[in-house]
Design a binder for this molecule. Structure first.
Ligand SMILES: Nc1nc2c(c(=O)[nH]1)N[C@H]1C(S)=C(S)[C@@H](COP(=O)(O)O)O[C@H]1N2
Ligand SMILES: [Mo]
Length: 413
C-alpha cells in the first residue's frame, strides 16, 4: 500500500451508487463562500482572490503551486456514488483483452505507482465570457450558450498519484487496442437520453491511454482522492480538458475497434456556425488568470499583479499583462501597455506557472486587467473578439478582462 494514504473509506456508509438515490446535493464536501462561487448544483468554482498571496488577509489565504484538496473546484453532474473500497471493483472488459478481469483497490495499490503534478482545467472553464449567441447573430439554429457559466475558476493544480493505465491494461492482457472507454459509477439524470439517466463515460484512443502520463489516480496531494474528486479512482489524461477525467471509475472497456462516443461525450464537441462538422474536445487550451476577486477592492499605491498560466499543449513560454482604465462611462483607455510578466518558476509541461508583474503608483479608479499567455507549442490566447464561438461554451481562452477597483483607504469601510 502506498505509505501516505489515510483511511477514509470505512467512514462512508453504503456500497452502491444507488445509495445516493434521493440525495439532492451533488457536492459532498463543504464549499465555503470565501473559497468558492456556487454556479449551480454540482458546480463549485474556485475563487481566484484568496489564491493571491498579497491580496487578502496579508497573504494568509494564499497557496503555493498546488491547490489544497478542500479548495479545488468541483464539477459533478450527479451526487457522487458512495463507494466502499473493500467491495468496489474496477472491471476490465472488451475484445482487445486476452484476460478480462476485475481489480480490487488493494490490487491497484500494490502495482507500481507514479506521482505527477498536473493542472486540471474544465473544458468549459471561462464559458461565461462567450457571447450568448454567435457574434454574427442567431440564424435560428443556435441556442444561447448552455451549461455552467464558469468564469476563470474551473481550474486548479495538484500532485496526482496512481497507476499507469497501460500497466492495468497489460495486466488484463491488452493486445493491439484501438479505443478505450472509461465509465464512472455516478448516475446522471438527463431526460434527453433513453431511460432518463446516463453513466459518465469517455472514449479515448489507445495511443493516448498507453502514454506514460495517463494515470488511474487514487491519491491527490498525498491524500486519498476526496469523494467529490472521484474516490476511489479517476482518470487523468495529461493535457486533456478535465471533462475527460472520468471520476468514480467502475469499468474500462478495451476494444480492437473504434468505440463511438456515448452520453455526454457526444455533447463535448465544438459545434457552431464556424465548424463544418463537430470537433471532439481533447487537448486543453492555453489559458491564464489573475489572482484577484472582482468583488474585492484594492488600495492605491504600488500593486503587484499575480496570476497563473497553463496549457494542455505543454509548458508555458511567456505571459504578458496589460491594464486599461475607465476614462468615462464605457470608454477604456490603456493604462499599462502589454508588459512581460516574470515567471516565478521554470515552466513545466501541463502544470500551471505562477507569474507577477509590478504595477506601480496606482491611483484610485476603475481598471481592467488582462493576461495573455503563450505556450511553448506557440499557442497564444487570442483577443476576446477573435475566439471562435461554439454552442456548448467549450474552450474559451480569450484574454478576457478582469475588472478591478482601486479606492483610497479613507473610503474603505
Ligand atoms: N463520473 C464523472 N466524471 C466526471 C464528471 C462527472 O460529472 N462524472 N465531471 C467531469 C468534469 S466536466 C470535470 S471539469 C471534472 C471535474 O473534476 P473535479 O470535480 O475533480 O475538479 O471531472 C470530470 N469527470
Ligand atoms: Mo467540467
Amino acid at each position: 500500500m502506498a505509505p501516505f494514504l489515510i483511511e477514509q473509506a470505512s467512514a462512508i456508509p453504503g456500497t452502491t451508487p444507488e445509495a445516493a438515490a434521493g440525495v439532492t446535493n451533488f457536492v459532498v464536501q463543504p464549499t465555503p463562500s470565501w473559497y468558492f462561487v456556487h454556479r449551480e448544483n454540482g458546480s463549485e468554482e474556485m475563487k481566484w482572490g484568496p489564491v493571491g498571496q498579497a491580496v487578502l488577509a496579508g497573504g494568509a489565504e494564499g497557496y503555493g503551486e498546488l491547490t489544497p484538496n478542500d479548495r479545488m473546484y468541483i464539477h459533478n453532474r450527479a451526487r457522487p456514488p458512495r463507494i466502499d473500497r473493500r467491495t468496489w471493483r474496477l472491471k476490465l472488459t472488451g475484445d482487445a483483452l486476452a484476460r478480462p478481469r476485475s481489480f480490487t483497490y488493494d490490487e491497484l495499490l500494490a502495482m507500481p505507482h507514479v506521482t505527477l503534478k498536473r493542472t486540471i482545467d474544465c473544458g468549459a472553464n471561462c464559458s461565461a465570457f462567450f457571447p450568448k449567441l454567435p457574434p454574427g447573430g442567431a440564424d435560428g439554429r443556435w441556442l444561447p450558450v448552455d451549461y455552467t457559466q464558469w468564469h476563470f475558476g474551473a481550474v486548479g493544480a495538484a500532485e496526482w498519484t496512481g497507476v499507469r493505465a497501460k500497466d492495468v491494461l497489460a495486466a488484463a492482457g491488452a493486445e493491439s487496442p484501438v479505443d478505450v472507454k472509461f465509465t464512472g459509477l455516478d448516475v446522471i439524470v438527463n431526460r434527453s437520453f433513453p431511460g432518463g439517466t446516463i453513466r459518465y463515460s469517455q472514449v479515448a484512443p489507445a495511443d493516448k491511454v498507453l502514454k506514460d502520463d495517463t494515470l488511474l489516480v487514487y491519491g491527490m496531494n498525498g491524500r486519498d482522492l476526496p469523494v467529490d474528486h472521484g474516490y476511489p479512482l479517476r482518470l487523468l489524461l495529461s493535457g486533456w480538458a478535465a471533462v475527460t477525467y472520468v471520476k468514480w471509475l467502475g469499468e474500462i472497456e478495451v476494444s480492437k475497434h473504434r468505440i463511438p462516443p456515448v452520453g455526454l461525450q457526444t455533447r463535448h464537441v465544438l459545434v457552431g456556425p464556424a465548424y463544418a462538422k463537430p470537433v471532439a474536445l481533447s487537448v486543453g487550451p492555453v489559458r491564464s488568470a489573475i489572482e484577484h476577486d472582482p468583488e474585492v477592492t484594492l488600495a492605491p499605491g504600488d500593486i503587484t499583479l499575480r496570476g497563473r498560466a497553463w496549457s494542455g499543449s505543454g509548458a508555458i513560454d511567456r505571459v504578458d499583462v496589460s491594464v486599461e482604465k475607465l476614462a468615462s462611462p464605457g470608454r477604456w483607455v490603456t493604462e499599462m501597455p502589454w508588459r512581460a510578466a516574470k515567471l516565478l518558476s521554470s515552466p513545466e509541461p501541463y502544470m500551471w506557472v505562477r507569474f507577477e508583474v509590478p504595477w506601480p503608483g496606482v491611483k484610485p479608479g476603475q481598471y481592467r486587467v488582462m493576461s495573455r499567455a503563450k505556450d511553448k507549442a506557440g499557442n497564444i490566447q487570442p483577443r476576446p473578439e477573435d475566439v471562435v464561438w461554439n454552442q456548448h461554451g467549450l474552450g474559451y481562452n480569450g484574454h478576457h478582462p478582469l475588472e478591478l477597483i482601486v479606492v483610497p483607504d479613507k473610503d474603505m469601510p
